[in-house]
Design a protein around this ligand. Structure first.
Ligand SMILES: Cc1cc2nc3c(=O)[nH]c(=O)nc-3n(C[C@H](O)[C@H](O)[C@H](O)COP(=O)(O)O)c2cc1C
Length: 173
């Protein structure tokens, strides 16, 4: 039944403790309170750490950092120290007690576990934002995951103007 026709998804990095992994299955879930919903595979070490520490940082990196971000998804913190293996410098989270964040992020959302909603083969984790840093530049040059081993960044851009229809509503066939 599963088909990945919904890609691209913006690739994030989920850091918990001193471990981190790339993550495509995340979404903002509430503004007030500010929350994110994350789907974490039960096989991932990150899930054990999340259950143990009840906190995480969801971070976004620019296209230029894609190699180590993606590589972190082919290693497990159960066996290796990813930061050392990938040559990534970590800095402590600002408002979390145990979590370290790889340097170079465009935006970081520090989260505390608010709820564990019902889950399937991925555990759903609802995280409440306790600290944010970043700027609107975080939109520039995102890492987009296309599925399998394919990635892209932004190409075209368009601002919708409700008043003026400058484009035909449908392309002619
Ligand atoms: C592009 C990409 C996207 C991924 N998205 C997710 C995701 O949304 N949820 C998830 O649980 N794992 C995701 N993964 C898989 C984990 O990153 C991977 O299993 C990682 O090795 C887990 O590390 P850990 O065992 O240290 O937690 C993704 C991997 C890649 C390469």
């Amino acid at each position: 039944m599963y088909r990945a026709f919904f890609y691209p998804m913006r690739l994030a990095l989920l850091a918990v403790g001193r471990n981190f992994m790339p993550m495509a299955w995340w979404m903002p879930a509430s503004k007030e309170p500010f929350r994110f919903l994350l789907a974490v595979d039960r096989k991932n070490h990150t899930l054990s750490l999340l259950r143990e520490l009840s906190e995480a940082a969801l971070a976004f990196y620019p296209w230029e950092e894609r190699a180590w971000v993606v590589r972190a998804g082919y290693l497990t913190g159960r066996r290796v120290r990813k930061a050392e293996r990938l040559g990534v410098a970590l800095r402590p989270a600002r408002c979390l007690a145990h979590t370290w964040v790889p340097e170079g992020a465009l935006a970081v959302f520090e989260l505390k576990v608010a709820e564990w909603p019902t889950d399937g083969d991925h555990a759903l984790f609802m995280g409440e934002v306790v600290h944010v840093e970043g700027s609107s530049e975080a939109k520039e040059r995102p890492i987009l995951f296309l599925g399998f081993r394919d990635f892209a960044t932004l190409g075209e851009r368009w601002r919708f103007r409700p008043g003026g229809a400058k484009l035909p509503l449908r392309e002619e066939p």
